[in-house]
Design a binder for this molecule. Structure first.
Ligand SMILES: Cc1cc2nc3c(=O)[nH]c(=O)nc-3n(C[C@H](O)[C@H](O)[C@H](O)COP(=O)(O)OP(=O)(O)OC[C@H]3O[C@@H](n4cnc5c(N)ncnc54)[C@H](O)[C@@H]3O)c2cc1C
Length: 621
């Protein structure tokens, strides 16, 4: 059995073409020239290049890691990454969904994400280089100066230049409004930018010949806090109207972090304007920096949810392959005295099924979320567009925080499947676990995501429109499943939705009673409920389709047992596997949802009552 180390490509095609029917996006004029064959071709190419060029260097790049040279103040990325990045750019993947007028292929965002999925499975740190660059490029494309747009797009799509996102400072982590970076307008329309940004991913490197840094800073005299923040395009090297570099722009890297994971991606401290010679151009309107960042943040947070999903996919595929090879113990059925591969043991199968079900739920959620971006972009019907945006808004914190919490647990489970070998550097799963932890921290910690969901997406949204759309869509899935899927699973999701509604109503009462402390204490448990509900929903949707497809294969092969069928027909094996993982998730993991909901409804006040003295009981004197 050949097992891909990256992903189950059959499952990617199932989600894209059988659940989302992404080829039907050609109903929009922009995608009219594309069809399933073209999409499959580019996705298959991504799989091949990711597996042949990126995956083989992922472990080596981790060991070599990025290095800072203090004498030259230069950052050297692992040498093995360079040919992998060349292969990515030469095949044109960076421009998959970018408009042709900017040098891209103009395909749906969903297709781009499925290619990115493979590259991220092959190397999370690898994928950060092109993807963060595209984020910076999008900012310039949407908010930059007219004269910069075409140049920056062309250079970033080709891989000549890279880009970053510069928010964080020593005193401004989660509290971005506390930043100290400054901008002073010059005689022309440029600004002199000064300040220090820390933790900047790929902030400096020797792969790209120039870097585009969108920098959050405050123009002197503007209000304190997030209201007074503006955003500036600040390149590492200045450039002329032809894109030729004309000299350094006083952006200097003063060091990189020594991290537990994603070591192949340098995390840099960048000093802007230490010699007062750093020039930036305002993007969008003055004081609109946070609004602009929020517009871009959905896409970046979705990417982090994708990183978690892809990394988990790779961890699961490795654990699966190992479980088929590692022989330990005798046949647990007792029918023979043979030694068996560990996949034969019930506890190992349980771990694999749990991993498989969570990867599938995460992937369906990420792809569905991405597909909604395409709908919002192209749809003319205002109601459809508004509903898609409402779902995106509610999905983003679920996807970012839910998938990243899951990937940390799931990579730990992958190590568990390997036994002691998983804990060693001789096998790849320990790297995946190390690489995974950052995902819960950057792009807004998961605690901040929980508050975003609870407050901005639910309780501050007085008409609860997002939640109404969310419930409506789940109800539609339940209705479609009725009569086609075993009642047990349909009923669990129906009861779950009622319980979620009860819990949100309970939180609304707290809001109306101004019991904010209790709301914040329960923000993460509430977000976890939404994650479980959403994963279960994704599985019910898939279960309904997979059940129909499997039944029709069984009808065409009447007389054969399921055991016979799955051992000789790969489509039957795929659908049956999808059914079993959906049943497992809904029947065995989602069931915990009810206990978690009760813990919120019981309004225990231990967290709110606790204070520093709960934890510190040693007093001086
Ligand atoms: C490897 C790496 C790469 C990064 N890449 C980038 C990058 O490219 N660009 C960039 O700008 N930044 C980047 N960051 C920074 C990252 O986004 C921040 O680390 C993150 O936002 C958290 O800030 P902090 O580390 O200061 O933690 P803090 O803000 O100090 O948070 C510490 C803890 O307190 C909690 N907390 C803080 N405030 C609240 C609150 N109001 N309510 C409830 N809980 C709260 C947090 O959830 C967390 O658990 C990166 C960081 C790392 C480690």
């Amino acid at each position: 059995m050949a097992i891909s180390p990256l992903a189950d490509s059959r499952d990617i095609k199932f989600i894209l073409f059988e659940l989302l029917e992404v080829d039907r996006l050609n109903r929009y004029e922009k995608y009219a020239d594309f069809d399933r064959d073209i999409y499959e071709e580019i996705i298959d190419l991504a799989e091949r290049i990711a597996e042949e060029k990126v995956y083989p260097v992922n472990s080596e790049a981790d060991k070599e890691h990025a290095v800072y040279d203090p004498s030259t103040k230069e950052v050297h990325i692992p040498s093995v990454l360079k040919p992998a990045l060349d292969a990515y750019y030469e095949a044109g993947f960076a421009g998959t969904h970018i408009e042709p007028e900017y040098g891209g292929m103009g395909m749906p965002f969903t297709i781009f994400q499925s290619t990115l999925d493979y590259f991220t499975c092959a190397g999370v740190a690898f994928s950060m280089y092109p993807h963060l660059s595209l984020g910076a490029m999008n900012l310039v494309k949407n908010y930059g100066r007219e004269e910069d747009r075409a140049i920056v797009c062309e250079k970033i799509i080709s891989g000549e230049w890279g880009g970053t996102m510069c928010l964080t400072e020593p005193e401004a982590g989660s509290d971005v409004g506390a930043l100290k970076s400054r901008a002073v307008q010059a005689q022309d329309d440029t600004y002199s930018v000064t300040g220090t940004k820390i933790f900047i991913s790929t902030g400096d490197n020797d792969y790209y010949s120039n870097m585009i840094h969108p920098v959050l800073a405050r123009v002197e005299g503007d209000p304190q806090g997030t209201k007074g923040i503006s955003i500036f395009m600040t390149p590492k090297y200045r450039f002329d109207s032809q894109g030729n570099l004309t000299g350094p722009n006083d952006v200097v890297c003063s060091g990189i972090e020594h991290k537990m994971g994603i070591t192949a991606s340098p995390t840099c401290t960048l000093n802007f304007g230490d010699s007062n010679e750093c020039t930036g151009s305002l993007m969008g309107d003055q004081c609109h920096g946070m609004k602009i960042m929020f517009n871009m943040m959905n896409e970046t947070r979705l990417y982090v949810g994708l990183q978690a999903m892809s990394l988990s996919s790779s961890a699961y595929m490795h654990a699966l392959a190992y479980s088929l090879e590692r022989v330990q113990g005798t046949d647990p059925t007792g029918n023979t005295n043979d030694n068996v591969a560990i996949i034969k043991h019930q506890d190992v199968k349980r771990m694999l099924l749990s991993m498989k079900s969570r990867v599938e739920a995460m992937r369906t959620l990420v792809y569905y979320n991405t597909y909604l971006f395409d709908i919002v972009e192209e749809e003319k019907d205002e109601t459809i567009k508004k509903e898609a945006q409402a779902l995106i808004d509610i999905f983003i914190p679920i996807c970012k925080a839910g998938n990243t919490d899951t990937s940390w647990q799931l990579t730990s489970d992958a190590i568990q499947v390997y036994g002691g070998y998983g804990f060693t550097k001789d096998y790849p799963v320990e790297q995946l676990a190390r690489d995974s932890k950052i995902l819960a921290l950057y792009e807004g910690t998961n605690g901040i995501q929980s508050i975003d969901l609870t407050m901005r997406k639910l309780l501050m949204n007085r008409d609860l429109y997002n939640f109404a759309v969310y419930k409506k869509r789940i109800t539609e899935t339940i209705e479609k499943a009725q009569g086609r899927v075993n009642e047990k699973y349909v009923s669990l999701i129906s009861r779950g939705l009622e319980k979620l509604d009860e819990t949100v109503t309970h939180m609304i009462k707290r809001r109306d009673n101004r019991n904010m402390d209790q709301i914040f204490a329960d923000a993460t448990p509430l977000r976890e409920l939404f994650v479980m509900m959403t994963y279960a929903w994704m599985h019910l949707w898939a279960l309904t389709t997979a059940r129909d497809r499997f039944s029709s294969i069984c009808e065409q092969n009447s007389g054969k047992s399921i055991e016979e069928l799955v051992s000789e027909n790969s489509e039957a094996a795929y659908y049956n596997g999808r059914i079993l993982s959906a049943r497992y998730y809904i029947g065995s993991e989602f069931i915990n949802f009810f206990g978690k909901a009760e813990s919120i409804l019981s309004s225990d006040t231990a967290v709110v009552e606790s204070n520093e003295f709960t934890f510190v009981n040693t007093f001086a004197g």
